[in-house]
Design a binder for this molecule. Sequence first.
Ligand code: A2P
Length: 276
Amino acid sequence: MNIATQNPGEFSTEEPVKIPDGVFAETVLEVEHYTDTLFKFRLTRPQGFRFRSGEFVMIGLMIEGKPLYRAYSIASPSWDEELEFYSIKVDGGPLTSHLQKIKPGDKVLVRKKPTGTLVNDALIGGKRLYMFSTGTGIAPFASLIRDLDTYEKFDELILTHSCREVAELQYGVDLVAEIKQDEMLNELFDTSKLRHFTSVTREDYPVQGRITDLMESGRLFEELGVPAINPETDRGMICGSAAMLKDTKAILENFGLVEGANNNPAQFVIERAFAE
Ligand code: A2P
């Protein structure tokens, strides 16, 4: 199978490209570009490919005859027949400069063995789940907010998404609106439990500022009409840049929350955003 399809001729070779062992070559079904730097795509799901909502997997392309992979959170829920991903486009980025050109019908490589800590299993139950994201860090939460387990485990799901510019919020805005209108999802769980809090740092917007500053000032809780974070009731998941993870983790620890893991569930968990 020749999977070198991005620009006709750009990566094509005379010989068909051999898919490495232990890797699925999945078909692109849909691509949606949000900004010059952000896009989403959906792939066929390999038969027998199992994952827990919130996990990530290595995906890639054959580039000049060699596979190149990066870790991507799976943005679709574990029950979905298709796989969804949300990606940045980096000029000159080894993978994303190619990946951003995919079209329906093209093939993308998906490695086996998804993994990750942003999963319901790594948290003990609670009243309120905060999902703190910046940029493409919203992707694992796009999976979790479509998963029945998340709604069963928590009374309130608060997705926070902070970006530099307003246009970067669109994927999350569209997704939350779709979830709330989706008849099938509304039969499965109470989508009114889901709340979406957005802030922007480099443009005018009703709520401006970094999520960390908004937590420290208390503005986040005022806007949501909830008490400040309390280890008795609140749980957290964090996904963003390394600096955002570090700063948000420190704030949750100041509120008294303890970090958990798959083998040791506790009150919050973190995962790196998988930017190039
Ligand atoms: P800012 O515009 O003030 O840098 P990035 O694309 O750099 O990952 O940033 C995405 C969003 O995350 C931006 O709104 C950015 O704010 C914010 N951000 C960057 N670093 C941190 C941090 N250490 N803590 C909280 N938010 C951050």
